[in-house]
Design a protein around this ligand. Structure first.
Ligand code: BJ8
Length: 426
């Protein structure tokens, strides 16, 4: 970052010293993990730039948009409908913290056996190091797992502008009605905040913008099915992570530019690893920036990751929203229907998730699945057993990894991943 953003960070109330320390760690981790990869697509330079400016230029853009009267909505979950935010001229940014920070402070508010993701966003808030949180006019918390649901009761005292969205636990008619009512209540909250009225035209435009972004991701996901893989899994994950922060129109253009380049690479038979390299699909808990531990181990052990069944991945981006509705009600119905297809493990039962994993395995030509569960995440850790059994029954080798954000178990995980990759080579 060449510009001095410190005055902006100071105005946002960040703790400059702690923030410097965070950026220092993030910068060197990024360099070691991403910039040492070989033969990356040229289009990844855009994403390198975005990451180098993730607390700088992007925050400056958000602050300029706020000066012009736009509102910034911070979110922790794939269930927050970006279509509605855009229709009310807002900007949606992801807040999930993918690193441990100020954990002892977070543990003054939360039990130690809380998942790393929840402790992460508490730590970031308590240490005042997240400019996205500080720049948000409203923060949306959603009642998904018990951990998030109960922690928002406490988080409410740490951020002044929390809007809690209730979510169904079943995909029943009653569940759908609840989700619809909550989306309507969310829209009303944003209408009040922005002083705008939600209209069918604006919502249709919001749907078009988000659909274009998702369609670009679907294209990238299809291209990752080629053998040799034209892009690494780390870079594929990075694109999915930037999806949550970037301007949606600019992001769509950048992903499509990568798509053009990957098509050329595929036509030339050019890959980031040789043809026949063991191919792995990751499934499970979301991996927010800078959670690159497991993918770095997998690719450092000689495999290539060809997809992520995750909310920072295809669970979050699959399925477009139908745009044929004429009225506001019809468009709102289409949005509810699309979001209700998200296969989060908080749903009971959740049979479509494993079907999605299987369809991804077939489409990407994955040789095996690594199920990633964060310690203390009951929904995904409990679902991991049935997912593993079903995949193995279908002849798909599966490895379950349970971990957190620390580096202490890297050696142990590497040993397990290496022997799993050997199993795939047999
Ligand atoms: S839609 S996956 S983004 S809730 S890891 S906090 S589940 S204990 S993140 Fe998620 Fe929305 Fe579902 Fe997706 Fe709880 Fe598990 Fe922690 Fe989790």
């Amino acid at each position: 970052m060449s510009t001095d953003y410190r005055p902006m960070w100071k105005d946002l109330g960040l703790d400059l010293e702690a923030h410097d320390a965070l950026l220092g760690v993030l910068g060197s981790l990024y360099e070691q993990t991403f910039l040492t990869q070989r033969d990356r697509p040229d289009g990844m330079k855009y994403f390198d730039f975005v990451m180098s400016e993730v607390h700088g230029l992007r925050i400056q853009e958000l602050m300029e948009a706020r000066k012009q009267g736009r509102k910034v909505v911070g979110a922790f979950c794939a269930f927050v409908p970006e279509e509605i935010v855009l229709a009310l001229d807002g900007i949606l940014v992801g807040l999930c913290a993918g690193a441990e920070f100020a954990t002892p402070e977070a543990e003054k508010y939360l039990p130690r056996n809380t998942c790393a993701l929840i402790k992460g966003f508490f730590g970031f808030a308590l240490a005042r190091v997240c400019p996205y949180l500080a720049a948000s006019d409203v923060v949306v918390g959603e009642n998904t797992c018990d951990g998030k649901k109960k922690s928002y009761e406490i988080f409410r005292d740490l951020v002044p502008n929390l809007h809690v969205m209730d979510l169904p636990q079943t995909k029943s008619a009653e569940g759908r009605a609840l989700l619809r009512a909550e989306f309507v209540r969310f829209a009303a909250h944003l209408e009040e905040l922005t002083g705008r009225r939600l209209t069918a035209d604006a919502l249709r435009q919001g749907i078009a913008t988000v659909n274009a972004k998702r369609a670009a991701m679907h294209r990238l996901a299809r291209l990752r099915g080629a053998d040799p893989a034209p892009i690494s899994g780390l870079d594929g994950l990075l694109v999915n992570q930037v999806y949550l922060y970037d301007d949606p129109v600019r992001f769509t253009g950048s992903v499509n530019a990568i798509g053009d380049e990957l098509e050329q690479r595929i036509a030339q038979g050019r890959g980031v690893t040789p043809k026949g390299t063991p191919r792995i699909l990751i499934s499970g808990c979301p991996m927010a920036v800078p959670n690159w531990k497991l993918p770095a181990i997998i690719e450092g052990s000689g495999a290539v990751i060809v997809g992520e069944e995750s909310c920072v991945g295809e669970r979050g981006t699959q399925n477009l929203t139908a745009d044929t509705g004429r009225t506001l009600d019809e468009l709102m119905d289409a949005i509810v229907d699309r979001y209700l297809t998200i296969d989060c493990a908080i749903f009971t039962p959740n049979p479509s998730r494993v079907e999605h994993v299987l369809s991804m395995v077939r489409r990407t030509g994955a040789h095996g699945v690594i199920h990633y569960g964060l310690q203390f995440c009951s929904p995904y850790l409990i679902e991991a057993g049935p997912v593993e059994r079903r995949l193995e029954q279908e002849g798909v080798p599966t490895l379950r990894i349970e971990t957190d954000y620390s580096q202490e178990d890297v050696g142990q995980i590497r040993t397990r991943v290496e022997s799993f990759i050997e199993r795939l080579r047999d």
